[in-house]
Design a protein around this ligand. Structure first.
Ligand SMILES: Cc1cc2nc3c(=O)[nH]c(=O)nc-3n(C[C@H](O)[C@H](O)[C@H](O)COP(=O)(O)OP(=O)(O)OC[C@H]3O[C@@H](n4cnc5c(N)ncnc54)[C@H](O)[C@@H]3O)c2cc1C
Length: 173
């Protein structure tokens, strides 16, 4: 999912395709104020949802701006997913939210997985797996790597270290 100016189109494309391809999923962003409504609509349609915090700079009109507000909304959306959803993904590296998902999973028996970027929070992944949870790693792949990497750098300046080290590794003989 890209920035909020594309949300309507992306959801429309997803909903059209989902009628034909039932394994297809869509990401929704906890920083957007519209997401609770989108989630309710998508759940009614049986959609497969990946919940993320949201990586794009958004206006205060459309989005929650403080970390606290975004985390609180993520938590609320996650509860709705556990109450009403199945086969969803909790895509975060945030320990507080991961712990909350672990607790909710004890109350609601749901098929879900944790999703994290490859190389981030690697220490927590085997711990979750040992507890019986599924963990998927997100691995960006393809030739269009420059715009993707620039977006990731805007999101988090520290990613430059990750990008640099993976660039060096990939060019070692
Ligand atoms: C599988 C997956 C798919 C995603 N798809 C989308 C999408 O379609 N659209 C979209 O807008 N966003 C997407 N995102 C990005 C997401 O919106 C967040 O920007 C990103 O995951 C950081 O938020 P967080 O939940 O990890 O919490 P944060 O509060 O940002 O991070 C919590 C902690 O995790 C660690 N951490 C988090 N991110 C990084 C990082 N990049 N490098 C190093 N350490 C880090 C840090 O220790 C940090 O304190 C995706 C993320 C994942 C994992």
């Amino acid at each position: 999912m890209e920035s909020s100016e594309h949300t309507n189109d992306t959801l429309k494309i997803y909903q059209d395709l989902f009628e034909k391809y039932e394994r297809l999923g869509v990401a929704i962003q906890a920083n957007l104020k519209r997401t609770q409504n989108d989630l309710e609509t998508l759940l009614k349609e049986g959609s497969k949802i990946r919940l993320v915090k949201g990586a794009y700079r958004e206006s205060a009109k459309n989005a929650y701006k403080t970390r606290h507000e975004v985390d609180e909304n993520y938590s609320k959306l996650m509860k709705t997913l556990f109450e009403q959803g199945n086969e969803f993904a909790i895509a975060t590296h945030d320990s507080k939210l991961i712990d909350r998902a672990v607790n909710l999973s004890k109350m609601y028996e749901r098929k879900f997985e944790f999703q994290m970027l490859k190389g981030i929070r690697d220490e927590i992944k085997p711990i979750l797996i040992k507890k019986g949870f599924s963990v998927s790693e997100y691995i960006p792949y393809g030739t269009n790597w420059l715009p993707y990497s620039i977006r990731r750098l805007r999101e988090r300046k520290r990613n430059i270290l990750l990008l640099g080290s993976s660039f060096i590794h990939s060019h070692r003989v």
